[in-house]
Design a protein around this ligand. Structure first.
Ligand code: MOS
Length: 692
């Protein structure tokens, strides 16, 4: 069993170990590795949302100088996968607009692109359906919601409690389809050498790419080598391999010995790299005269693709947040002719806590109690869902200390009464929650060299989060040596197996494996291991998993200005305060929270993938039309956290921090906008017309 690690390096600021390489341009992303005899791939995409390909004319493309091959479903090698997102070029069926239906391999990217334009695809178009509504008669209940939660829960009797309650809220909230837009697009270099495939891939999990692609290609896992040393962001979009990397691998098989480069354009990312489903949510709250909840119901309708199910766990957050004797949650899916939805930062909690925390603000107004006080009155003693004690739950402290630091008091509850020149001014608050997930399968190896340095190897990924630095600090403390004595190697399948960087689990899973390896090294080789001493360890089962409910919490505050004449919304000031266990590296952790809140502001004000149901595609599929927050949108963001001591979560005492920063931000902003204007916004984003 692994014991707790005493913090020395952990908890102190360290510069990013990969920082210098990144800012000097020497940290290569997937497509930046030097290659020779490179060929380039450009895809052919479906121009309709549903149909069958009746013929493909590739003659004009093949006739171009510099074109090596045009791949279609007629000549592509077979794939062995049930995953219809990944089964590229395996059938004549078109299931969403933008789907991959062909690929050109050519000497130059320009030629590949031009040739792709010359491929004539004739389609027997069928009626498609891409319109989400709560009224559809084909809504269905998935078996589970992401990753494996119950679809529905029911405790007590919400309806009876609603009918008997002194105060009730019954409202509908929507969040739009949204797209992850990491700086580095999804990109790969694929190279076949005999039956060995090497992929430089932009991914959140090198080992996941191997374990997914190897069987699909009919290869042993050892025959697939994935390198992902530096990754320019992912946010979930690179958590599961998508069709692009499969296509790169297929295409490279046609030109053995020559590396194939395939980087998605920004526009190609929209149908191919996953998205967050739009959500249609109904929140019902009932309370007594003091605002103590007597019922809470959270019911969600969202979409999935027809070829692969992804069920975002939007209502799951409502199972753990507040105390109430009567509670129900549900998820229903509409199967549409749309691209495959997937992970986007805090899938579930992010859209779910928008509805849930705006509803709580509405209840506060209805009851006439301060929104912070309302939340404090509904703090549960134990986890409402399981009845287990929380390993640590410091939501109340976050709300109280956050209020102090933000200057919440006095908070005149009357909306629409504060004005600064032409701007209506308001402040709002919302809670944050994110579970402490664990994923299986992480292993680390530690080797001591002649100089007494420790080589720590694990196939983990740093997608810009600071993993490299934090894992080095954990390694140093686990081995009881200074950080300078650690040489951490991550980012590839040449290193021991590691779980995907997703669900804010990286530090928990990889750190636990490193701690176990360090423990074994010292158990087997003593406290001062000699050169060449070596040990392998892996993440052990956590005996406290079934004894405690484990979540990170936080509170978010926003000051919002709404222009009285134009309805323009500005957010000059935000504060986020979090309780997320031990913070391994304050410097990189602050960036994680800051990035999450910035993305939450972006969600609140801008992000909206406009799916035209007539054609089934996202109209604003690039940065001209899909707006994300820029520097000019961001004012002062104050980030802080509580020193939380949680001995149960893992040997480091840390909870994940990659995702909780985005949870609740949009609700805090919408609540502040209500306070500023008296207009209750229940639909994101908060475009100016909302307030006119
Ligand atoms: Mo995160 S959306 O689990 O990569």
């Amino acid at each position: 069993m692994t014991r707790a690690v005493t913090p020395r390096a952990m908890g102190t600021d360290h510069e990013r170990l990969d920082g210098r390489a990144k800012v000097t341009g020497t940290a290569p992303y997937a497509c930046e590795y030097p290659t020779e005899d490179t060929v380039h791939l450009h895809p052919v995409q479906a121009a309709v949302a549903r149909g069958r390909i009746t013929s493909i004319d590739t003659a004009a493309a093949e006739a171009l100088d510099g074109v090596h091959a045009v791949l279609t479903h007629l000549n592509a090698p077979p794939l062995y996968t049930e995953d219809r997102e990944l089964a590229v070029l395996q059938s004549d069926e078109i299931s969403f607009r933008g789907q991959l239906v062909g690929a050109v391999i050519a000497d130059h990217p320009e030629i590949a692109r031009h040739a792709a334009d010359l491929v004539r695809v004739t389609v027997d178009q069928q009626l498609h359906d891409a319109r989400l509504s709560t009224e559809r008669d084909d809504l269905y209940k998935p078996d589970v919601v992401n990753p494996a939660f119950d679809t529905d829960t029911r405790d007590g009797d919400v309806e009876t409690a609603m009918a008997a309650a002194e105060h009730t809220i019954d409202q509908r909230y929507t969040t739009p389809m949204e797209h992850n837009n990491p700086m580095e697009p999804h990109s790969s270099i694929a190279l076949w050498d005999g039956e060995q495939l090497t992929l430089h891939d932009s991914t959140q999990g090198a080992h996941t790419v191997r374990s997914t692609l190897a069987p699909a290609l009919g290869l042993a896992p050892e025959s697939v080598h994935v390198v992902a040393r530096h990754v320019g962001g992912g946010f979930g979009a690179k958590g599961m391999p998508h069709a692009n990397v499969v296509l790169a691998a297929l295409a490279a098989r046609h030109v053995p010995g020559r590396p194939v480069k395939f980087a998605l354009t920004r526009q190609q990312m929209f149908p191919l790299a996953g998205h967050r489903t739009p959500t249609l949510q109904r929140m019902r709250l009932a309370s007594d005269g003091d605002g103590r909840l007597t019922a809470l119901a959270h019911d969600v309708v969202e979409h999935t693709s027809r070829i692969k199910e992804f069920a975002e766990q939007t209502a799951v957050c409502s199972r753990n947040m507040y105390a109430t004797p009567n509670r129900s949650t549900s998820h229903r899916l509409a199967p549409l002719d749309v691209p495959v939805p997937s992970w986007m930062r805090a899938p579930g909690e992010c859209p779910g806590m928008f509805a849930a925390e705006v509803a709580m603000d509405e209840l506060a107004t209805e009851v006439g109690v301060d929104p912070i006080e309302l939340r404090l009155r509904n703090e549960p003693d134990t986890d409402p869902e399981t009845g287990l004690p929380f390993s640590s739950r410091n939501l109340a402290a976050c709300l109280q200390q956050g209020a102090e630091r933000f200057g919440w008091n006095p908070h005149d509850p009357e909306p629409g009464t504060r004005r600064h020149r032409d701007w209506l001014v308001g402040t709002g608050v919302a809670s944050s929650i994110y579970p402490v997930f664990r994923m299986a399968g992480s292993t680390a190896t530690i080797t001591v060299d002649d100089a007494g340095n420790h080589l720590v190897e694990i196939g983990a990924t740093d997608i810009g989060t600071g993993t490299w630095t934090a894992l080095t600090q954990i390694s140093a403390d686990a081995l009881e040596v200074p950080v300078e004595r650690i040489d951490l190697r991550i980012g590839g399948t040449d290193l021991p197996e590691a779980s995907v960087e997703g669900g804010s689990t990286g530090i928990t899973c990889w750190g636990s494996a490193i701690v176990d390896a360090a423990h074994r090294l010292r158990a087997e080789h003593g406290d001062s291991p000699q050169a060449n001493a070596r040990a392998t360890g892996s993440q052990q089962d956590n005996p406290d998993t079934g004894r405690f409910a484990m979540h990170a919490f936080g509170a978010q505050f926003a000051e919002v200005h709404v222009h009285a004449d134009t309805g323009e919304v500005r957010v000059p000031r935000m504060l986020g305060i979090f309780a997320a266990g031990r913070i391994i590296n304050p410097r990189t952790a602050r960036s994680q929270f800051l990035g999450g809140m910035t993305m939450g502001l972006s969600m609140a004000l801008h992000e909206d993938s406009v799916l035209d149901p007539r054609f089934g595609h996202v109209v604003n599929h690039d940065f001209a039309g899909y707006h994300i927050a820029s520097n000019a949108d961001i004012g002062d963001i104050d980030i802080t956290w509580l020193d939380e001591d949680d001995p149960y979560v893992n040997p480091m005492g840390s909870k994940g921090i990659g995702e909780i920063g985005i949870v609740g931000t949009a609700a805090a902003i919408a609540n502040a906008a209500y306070h500023a204007t008296g207009i209750r916004a229940r639909d994101l984003p908060l475009t100016p017309d909302t307030f006119l």
